[in-house]
Design a protein around this ligand. Sequence first.
Ligand SMILES: [Zn+2]
Length: 326
Amino acid sequence: MSELHKFMFEGLPVRGMLVRLTGAWTDILQRREQAGGYPAAVQELLGEMTAAATLMQANIKFNGALVMQIMGDGPVKLAVAEVQPDLSLRATATVLGEVAADAPLSHMVNVNNTGRCAITLDPKDRQPGQQPYQGVVPLFGDRHEKLEKLSEVIEHYMLQSEQLDTRLVLAANDKVAAGLLIQRLPLQGEANLAGAGAVARDEDQIGLNEDYNRIAILAASLKREELLELDAETILRRLFWEEDLRRFEPLVGDEGPRFACTCSRERVSGMLRSLGRDEIESIIAEQGQVEVGCDFCGAQYRFDPVDAAQVFLQPHTQPPATPNLQ
Ligand SMILES: [Zn+2]
């Protein structure tokens, strides 16, 4: 069963999380099987993205979707993993062209060093016209060297957006997508007392906290095979047996990570409306109907000429999307 474990290091400014997606991940892959599935390297990338996005969503207190996107300049044009606050999730990738089974990250999404990774936080109660928050990082390091690990890209993002040291270990195959996150906590107590001065001191702590550094090195010693094959108890015991770990109740089942698609006929109608009447009428003239497939779950939405005309009727009386359709 897919599960998420949260833990803290007693008395130290360090926390961690371990996610193991099994059913949630194989559901995503099964939805793609009809379309031929993903090349092995793309499967690994998308699995790592899904695990990382789950860790990031669970790590923040935010009432809205966390969307991780890689806009690639290679055969993988787009890869998306989206996680809701209740940890329901979905993911998809658009692949045009051949991808070798052992293709490194740069060969898939960063051939010319212009690939990017975007993290979007889209609030549930977003007002019309309000933009979601988005942070974008390149897929290269400080010296413009191409990064070959998704974990390095995300660590870079976390440092940039939160000014916090983060260590990530990610792995995925056709059965499991998993990740371990270790993060240094901000000096909250001092910040409350000293205000802005403490924030500056906290930034000075980047890379310098010995407890964090020791635990991050332990975390980085976790091998890909171990992360994929061992259960959470074994991994945490083996890595941190000398540390005083405080565990929290794991999130599993209905409270844990699971596949769910947020697509709906209402949303597709809204998308058609935004394309405009002329565009839709020309598709109908050509194909007799409009057919839209959901890339995440494979659902097909068909609009015959009557349905399509209705999309443009009374646009203002369209019922607002209800929470369970978002
Ligand atoms: Zn869908």
